[in-house]
Design a protein. Structure first.
Length: 214
C-alpha cells in the first residue's frame, strides 16, 4: 500500500494555527495576571520628622497620628522642650507597641523606632515571644482576631535619675509612669513605667517595666 503523503502546505497551516493558539493562551494568561487585584495590605510612610528618622505609617491610628503631629511640632521648634519630647516619645511608644489591631503579623512590632538602637534586636525578640506571639497574620486583611486598640495614654514624670547601659551612664535619664486606655478591655497591660535616655539629640526608650514606679 502506498504511503499517504502530507503536503507542505497543510504542515505550514498547522504550524501557523498552533502558533496562533499558543500566542492566544499566553496573551490571556498575561491579561488575567496583570488585571488580578492585589488584596495584600500595603503599609507606607506618609510623614517623617527630618533629622530624627521618625516616620509615620498610613495604618497608624488617629490617636497615634495626632501624637506624631505634636512631636513633629516640638522637634521642629527653635528650642526643643526636652520634657515634652520625652513625654511624647513615651506616649507614642506605648500607643504603637500595645496597639496590636493594626499589626500585619507577630513580627510587625510597634514602637521600635523609639527604642535605643543598640537594644532594638533584643527588644523585637522579646516582643515576638511575649505580647506579639499570638498575633495572627493579616496580610490580606481578613483576620477576625480581637486585638487591642489604644485610645489614650496618660503619663506621670518621675525625678530624673542615673541610668547605666553599655558601659555608659546617663545622669539625666527620664523615668516616666504610664497608664493605657483601650477601645475594648481585652485583658492586656494597662500600666507600666519606662526609662528614656539621651542619645545625641534623640531621647530613646532604654527600659520597659510592667508596673509603675512609686
Amino acid at each position: 500500500m502506498a504511503k499517504r503523503k502530507i503536503s507542505k502546505k497543510k504542515v505550514t497551516i498547522f504550524i501557523v494555527i498552533l502558533i496562533v493558539i499558543i500566542a492566544a493562551i499566553i496573551s490571556t494568561v498575561f491579561f488575567l495576571n496583570s488585571n488580578k487585584k492585589d488584596d495584600t495590605i500595603k503599609v507606607e510612610s506618609i510623614d517623617k520628622i527630618e533629622g530624627y528618622d521618625y516616620t509615620l505609617s498610613n495604618n497608624a491610628t488617629k490617636y497615634y497620628k495626632d501624637l506624631f503631629k505634636e512631636l513633629k511640632s516640638v522637634l521642629e521648634a527653635d528650642d526643643v522642650d526636652e520634657d515634652k519630647y520625652a513625654d511624647l516619645v513615651t506616649k507614642l511608644f506605648v500607643a504603637d507597641f500595645y496597639n496590636l489591631d493594626n499589626k500585619i503579623n507577630k513580627n510587625d512590632i510597634g514602637g521600635v523606632q523609639f527604642v535605643y538602637k543598640d537594644f532594638r534586636n533584643d527588644f523585637k525578640k522579646l516582643a515576638t515571644s511575649s505580647i506579639y506571639k499570638t498575633v495572627e497574620n493579616n496580610v490580606y486583611g481578613k483576620r477576625e482576631q480581637d486585638l487591642p486598640v489604644v485610645t489614650n495614654v496618660s503619663t506621670e514624670k518621675k525625678e530624673n535619675e542615673s541610668f547605666e547601659y553599655n558601659n555608659q551612664t546617663d545622669d539625666s535619664a527620664y523615668k516616666i509612669n504610664f497608664e493605657i486606655e483601650y477601645e475594648t478591655d481585652l485583658g492586656y497591660q494597662t500600666s507600666g513605667s519606662m526609662t528614656l535616655i539621651h542619645n545625641d539629640k534623640k531621647i530613646e526608650v532604654a527600659a520597659l517595666e510592667e508596673s509603675s514606679t512609686d
